[in-house]
Design a binder for this molecule. Sequence first.
Ligand SMILES: [Zn+2]
Length: 371
Amino acid sequence: MSANQKRNYIAMIVALCILLIFGVLLIVKGGTEPGEFPSVESLPPAETQTSVPVLTETEPSSAASQADTSAPVTETETETAEAAETTMPAVPAFVSTNGNMHYDKGHIYLRINHSKDIILRLTGGLAKSQIEWSVSDSSIADVSDGTIVGLTKGECTVTARYENDVLEIPVTVRELTVVDNCTYVDGILVANKTYGLPEDYDPGTLPITEEAFSMLCEDAAKEGLNIYESSSYRDYQFQVTVYNSMVSGYSKEYADAYSARPGHSEHQTGYTIDCNTIDTNFGSTPEGIWLRDHCHEYGFIIRYPLGRENITGYAYEPWHIRYVGVEYATEIYEQGLTLEEYLDIDSHYPDEETEDTPAEDMPEEDAEDEE
Ligand SMILES: [Zn+2]
């Protein structure tokens, strides 16, 4: 066989392999189309809300978009236009004094021992290598070549400079602590796919949640809107029952897709309320729109916004609100963030494949949890 023939032969084999893999993927994907599952409405109420899976693959992972640091940031552009328009305000952008450095991802939130690549969009022929970096307080964070590392809890500013062109970005370094097996980041209790709650954490719906929610409902009513609680607290045991029945009735994969694992339902925190109807169309009703635009004034956030499924680990749930207090909720709303981004935490089960954990991310167990 000549070298040419050999090359063609290898190319053909490779092409066949790709076709084969593609075919298998199509079959597998076809088998998990939502249409093949019972409709969400026919499922028990608990899991329809906490857990429709998130399989949106259209948004590039942050790792992928951060890999090429010379490329313009395109992540926000690839989010569905609908997501940006209907669920949250745009993430604020920062521009340098002469206008040649742009940072499109807003305030930087970072946990102790975590690092983040600050990817700038450069214009005017400016190259990444020409930029000098510094931080306002080197005890809080350290920056080098555009990579920032959180050192201690606090606030500082990171500066990118080229001659007299200066870009400043605010930074908050957060601390994760574990108290009685509950995880807090800067005092906010966390329950998502990565961080669970212990079986004996059983507060019921907390009075602060109830009070804030009644104020919200009263004010909505003044505008002729009917917002009401359809579901709030669910204890650990409730979730065990739901999850196990899903596993035995269907499969573990199915249960993970449609239900939170015990300890991982945010409804166990006592800070969560489901409003009105468990239906994504709620998001475009007058009540759903008012809730999205005003719930932060009462200390709540829309916990699982549209277009952020890969970050929160859950599909869009316009009815599910989480109490975090007015100050945090307002900042989260104004920054156009999810709780995961605001606290710099992941949301995936340990045995779940992830595509967006940055390589420099420290292992969760080793990096913190000093408590
Ligand atoms: Zn819910």
